[in-house]
Design a binder for this molecule. Sequence first.
Ligand code: DGL
Length: 271
Amino acid sequence: MDAHLPIGVFDSGMGGLTVLRVLRQRLPGEDLLYLGDTARLPYGTKSRGTVARYAAQAAAKLVERRIKLLVVACNTASAAALEDLRELWPDLPVIGVVEPGAKAACAASRNGSIAVIATESTIANQAYQRAIHKISPQARVSARACSLFVSLAEEGWLDGPIVEAVAERYLIPLLISPDKPDCLVLGCTHFPPLSATIAKVMGHGVKIVDSAESTALEVETALSAAGGHNARLGMGKAYFVTTDDAARFSRIGSIFLGEAMAEQDVELVNL
Ligand code: DGL
């Protein structure tokens, strides 16, 4: 592994920036190359075959620019295409977000009742249910697709009465179950910016977890195993590419990233 190369990260849009943000905190010396496929968002309502094709094209763009490791910072793409990507690039470590998210949920739950919210596609192919049961076979998993959260987050609508009404419509069925969950996994990288509203609806006693921290830990472990850490002392650089409007990407992307992103730092690419 060439330690000087960047880590490649992709998502259907801005959601994966919530993972990139934690990667930067945890691995400050690394360069990061992020691709947001905003022209084709959402992935979460599309068929598995389409998502797998889009994921392979996004990954190919990053590989073409040379990366040392690939993070699939999209649960929908991780669920649909992780194995395909590993087969396409057998020498490249490829890390998804579903398993790390499942690990975080199993560690957080005390009563064994775990709720998962994600896109339609991730819920339909039972990716989280399988990943959680692999770690905790006794866990009881309830799941709900919350597709509109993706559009709300991409619109920058994170709180207020409209967002709360949507959150209530999606989340209340999870709360009225007699086996009330004590942990809710945000199984979509677009959801963390909405976590305050989601937490308000879920109420006290329900821990909200996402995959960013445990994904970053997995990346760190993979780099150590391959001797691939960038040994520089200063901060690494983050490069952004998008398949649609760079101005919008930098404006909305700043919300997900938690810091300002300049339009001139975002490059438009075609897949
Ligand atoms: N951010 C993606 C995920 O984690 C989904 C958003 C979309 O539907 O494109 O699943």
